[in-house]
Design a protein around this ligand. Structure first.
Ligand code: ADP
Ligand code: ASP
Ligand code: MG
Length: 406
């Protein structure tokens, strides 16, 4: 007998017939005497629709109300699955995040899980019942419902798997595993059989939305094996686990990208200590997260200060910069809204030189201009124009022969 946590994403529960199909798979597991905790996302695009309703109702929605609204989608899917299982004579109980004892901090819309009181879940499991828990949500110490950020059901599932010491956390989605890059952007993307937490942390952190970054952080911290699987096809998926000796030689494990970025160049700032702080101070105070930063100094003693922000923060960032022109002391602003960050990730980069050069040459051959570069031990990121994204992904995938086995 094993305890398994199974999480199903939005596409996998988008219709009643898909939920019924999942109910059949869960029934099979229960008949094998496994204890099952299910975590569900909201059906299909429900969360997108709720977010859009919030934005149509208010210019800047109150975040407590926002969380109450957007968390409601998961209540629909969990209750439907429970009804279907019980109709199939499989005992099941659906629980919201707070009923399941998921305590978070107070950071509405991007809350972090602080603790899970597992007593209630364990008692239900002891009665041989399936426990179905609403993903993406928890409760804070004031008794208010919180949400964990988009894609947060992955984190609910892994946190529950850690708290319950489950054998494995299975993430069922609309692809049959983690690929060398998003299969929607590259026709010869290859499914990986296994990945280390470290590699997956980089891929998720750099934009591969197949797993929310925090879920991988949790898994790595508590050593929970994650298996990514297709919700409606058979297969062994991709196992994400601790690094083992034989996994070490992967040169490049994958290509990740974030699409919703924009670039702002503040031209003609003084090349003096404190300038970066003067610019980034007001931006940070306005709760805008800055990602990449580059400063170029010209011969006239003036510098151009360029950085990227999420496209949803673009308008706000420009307003802040215009409002603070005197403090920041610049000549003009030059901005590009449609840029993307594309990253090559691989633990093998640590011991191999020349990857960056090969990457830049490949992009140059395709006439793709690199606007910014940043590197770390196991990744190289470049900022390019959005229109070149697919071309760049495909070219780099071919250049590094990612379609071939490691
Ligand atoms: P769910 O609704 O099940 O949570 P998501 O849409 O959040 O599903 O994540 C699955 C999607 O992640 C896939 O459809 C795919 O387009 C995208 N994706 C991005 N990078 C990768 C990758 N490296 N491997 C697999 N899928 C990826
Ligand atoms: N339903 C939430 C979202 O769409 C959480 C999730 O799907 O993981 O972001
Ligand atoms: Mg997701």
């Amino acid at each position: 007998m094993s305890l398994l946590v199974k999480k199903y994403g939005g596409t996998s529960v988008s219709t009643i017939s898909r939920i019924k199909k999942i109910a059949d798979d869960i029934s099979t597991e229960v008949r094998k005497n496994n204890k099952i905790v299910v975590v569900l996302s909201a059906m299909g695009k429900t969360t997108d629709q709720l977010v859009s309703m919030a934005n149509k109702s208010s210019k800047s929605p109150n975040l407590r109300d926002y969380d109450l609204l957007v968390s409601s989608g998961e209540q629909i899917s969990i209750s439907l699955l429970s009804m279907i299982l019980n109709d199939n004579s499989i005992a099941a109980i659906s629980l919201t995040g707070w009923q399941a004892g998921i305590l978070t901090n107070e950071d509405h819309s991007k809350a972090r899980i602080l603790n899970i009181s597992t007593n209630k879940i364990k008692n239900i499991l002891l009665k041989n019942s399936v426990v179905i828990i609403a993903g993406f949500q928890g409760i804070n110490k004031n008794g208010d419902i919180t949400t964990l950020g988009r894609g947060g059901s992955d984190t609910s599932a892994v946190a529950l798997a850690a708290a319950l010491k489950a054998k494995e956390c299975q993430i069922f989605t609309d692809v049959d595993g983690v690929y060398t890059t998003d299969p929607k952007y590259c026709n010869n993307a290859r499914k990986l059989d296994s990945l280390t937490y470290e590699e997956m942390l980089e891929l998720s952190g750099l934009g591969s939305k197949v797993l929310q970054l925090r879920s991988v952080e949790f898994a790595s911290k508590y050593n929970v094996p994650i298996r990514v699987l297709h919700a409606h096809q058979n297969g062994s998926g991709t196992l994400i686990k601790k690094e083992e000796k034989k996994m070490e030689d992967a040169l490049i494990s994958g290509i990740a990208f974030t699409k919703n970025e924009s670039e702002i160049m503040i031209k003609g700032v003084k090349d003096r200590p404190g300038v970066a702080a003067k610019i980034l101070g007001p931006i940070g105070d306005s709760n805008i997260e800055v990602d990449m930063i580059v400063q170029n100094v010209g011969s006239d003693g003036l510098a151009d200060f360029t950085f990227t922000v999420s496209r949803s923060d673009f308008k706000k960032a420009i307003q802040v910069i215009e409002k603070n022109k005197k403090i920041m002391g610049y000549d003009s602003i030059n901005s590009t809204k449609n840029i993307v960050k594309l990253s090559l990730v691989g633990v093998g980069m640590r011991s191999h030189a020349g990857i960056a050069g090969k990457m830049f040459k490949c992009l140059a051959r395709k006439q793709i201009n690199i606007r910014m570069i940043s590197t770390s031990e196991i990744k190289i990121s470049v900022v390019i124009e959005q229109k070149n994204l697919e071309l760049a992904v495909q070219a780099l995938h071919n250049e590094f022969k990612l379609d071939k086995n490691r």
